[in-house]
Structures are given as structure tokens and as C-alpha cells.
Write a protein that binds this ligand. Sequence first.
Ligand code: ATP
Length: 215
Amino acid sequence: MERIGIFGGTFDPIHLGHMAAAQQAAEALKLSRVWFIPSGNPPHKRKARITPAGLRYQMVRRALSGNPLFRAADLELRTSGASYTIDSLEAIRTRHPAAELCLLMGLDQAATLSSWKDPERIFRICRVVVLSRPGFEVSQIEPCWRRRVEFLPIRLLEISASDIRNRVRRGLSIKYLVPAGIEEIITRQGLYLASVSQNNGKGEKGLNENERKSR
Ligand code: ATP
């Protein structure tokens, strides 16, 4: 049976933590491929803080080229409003009715599951696989979801997109933190140079309540 991994995120920018996590999940779960699904453009208020979806998608495509296991999907880029994980999953389910779907997410994301759109339906149509992430504990997942997810311990890589953005802003190198070609796109497009940290005023991991609700 075909088994597809689905890995959604802002990917602003994609980094080696994402790639290594997806690779390990693919091996452990025997996935035939992993779809990386960058979230769409955020609604009006958040536009200034998040890189336009087209550019984030371009970085994802560049990063994944050369790995036949990995694919970039523009599913959420085609909707103008908030994009929800359940809608993407249902679109993939329609296209691949016989496949087993495995939704991959880091521990930090699993801790926000209650605020996602229709988590019950998510659990009905796919396996939810939670990957370990530095700084986050299983106990942060609400018990009702903790019982239903599958945990996959992976090698911990302390890399986050918010740290990368902050490094760029401070003029520090991001070599060995992002895949080949990504630093070049960031430099060419002048990304993450704003003097205000993109994390300002936000909670843990730089996600505000609206962003949590748009998964
Ligand atoms: P930010 O720092 O801006 O919050 P991020 O690094 O968490 O960004 P996202 O695009 O939000 O990146 O993450 C997409 C998915 O990848 C999420 O499920 C997240 O938990 C997971 N992820 C990101 N970095 C890692 C990592 N180093 N190890 C394991 N999983 C990760």
C-alpha cells in the first residue's frame, strides 16, 4: 500500500531541521514520499511578518530538489484566505483514495492541536505522527490527543526558522542550518532584514493565536 507523509508548515524559511526530520520519518514509517505543504498567504494583518507564500514555496522547491522522496505541494497557496490542514488532507485523500496518509508534525505543533480546525476529522482520515523537537515535552500535548498520536523519536536538531530569521537580521551566517541554495535566495530577495524581530510580541515559538488557529 502506498503510504504518504504530509508535512505542513510555514517554512519561513525551510531549514535542515525540517529536512532531517522528514527523512527520518520517511525511513522509520516506510513512506513512499513526503509532501511538504507550505501554508498560504496569511490574512491581511499578518502579511508584513510572513514572507509571501510564493517565495516560501520557491525555497521549499529548491531545498527538496534532488531528493526523489520529497515533493513540494502548492495546495495551500491557491487559496486566498487561511489554509487549514484538514482541507489539504481531504484534497490529498480524494486524489489518493487508497493511500495511507501520515500527518507529520513536531512536538511544538502537537501541543496546539486543540486549536486546529476539526482535529477529530484529521484523526479519522490519517495517522498523526509526532516528531520529537528540542525544548518540547510530550507532556505539553493535551491528554486527549496524546493518547491518539504516534510518537516518533528522531535525532534532535536545534534549528528553527525564527532563529534563522534572527541570525539573518543580525548579519550572522546561516550556513549549515539551511539546505543548499536557500541562503542565496534569502540574500537575493533581501529577506529577514527588518530591524524588528519577526518574533516580537508573539508567544512561544513565534506563533500567535491566529496562526495557531489557521492549521
Ligand atoms: P518558527 O521558528 O518560525 O516557528 P519552525 O522552525 O518551527 O518555524 P515551521 O515551518 O513552523 O518551522 O515547522 C513546520 C513543521 O516542522 C512543524 O511541524 C514543526 O514542528 C516541524 N519542525 C520544525 N523544525 C523542526 C526541528 N528542528 N525538528 C523537528 N521538527 C521540526
